[in-house]
Design a protein around this ligand. Structure first.
Ligand code: 4NP
Length: 176
């Protein structure tokens, strides 16, 4: 019984940046693509949000849309929203792009008695890149460089989840 219930539980992943129009929607689309490639879509809920509310309701920045198109990654369903403190209890993992994001999410967490989410810097999962943060391309337009970092972080994070939550033989049994 316990195992049957566990199999139905989805892993909830939220990517967070400042505006939710450049880095975190890029991460959301890339991570969804990687999860689909592994045939694990049904095991995940994947979303993104921003700490600021300036772009709520907007599609991703043109730079993010262009690089996703170039890499043939589906950009559909990416609409900016602001993070809510409830997200800390809905999501299992919150992956942030930089330390300023980390401070912002931790500030929200302080408003709650307890929370469920494990909050981590995305680049912790791609130490080989030598970057602890994903720089903001909003002002300098370096979307290709940002793509390489975000893609490596998402791959590393999915590997981490595969080891932690899925059986290695079948690759599709959720151990949550
Ligand atoms: P993002 O980039 O956090 O990667 O989405 C930004 C987008 C917009 C702004 C800042 C960063 N802004 O100040 O409007």
């Amino acid at each position: 019984m316990q195992k049957e219930v566990a199999k139905l539980m989805k892993i909830h992943v939220l990517f967070v940046c400042l505006g939710n129009i450049c880095r975190s929607p890029m991460a959301e689309a890339i991570f969804r693509h990687l999860v689909r490639e592994k045939g694990l879509t049904e095991h995940f809920v994947i979303d993104s949000a921003g700490l600021g509310g300036w772009h709520v309701g907007s599609p991703p920045h043109e730079g993010t849309r262009n690089i996703l198109k170039e890499k043939q990654i589906d950009p559909s369903g990416l609409i900016a929203r602001k993070i809510r403190k409830e997200d800390l209890n809905t999501f299992d993992y919150i992956l942030v792009m930089d330390r300023s994001n980390l401070r912002g999410v931790r500030e929200l967490a302080r408003k709650l008695e307890r929370h469920r989410a494990e909050v981590r810097l995305l680049m912790e999962f791609a130490p080989e890149k030598g970057h602890s943060e994903v720089p903001d391309p909003y002002y300098d337009g370096r979307f290709s460089e940002v793509y390489e970092l975000v893609e490596a972080g998402c791959r590393g994070f999915l590997n981490y989840l595969m080891n932690k939550h899925f059986s290695q033989e079948t690759g599709n049994e959720n151990k949550l």
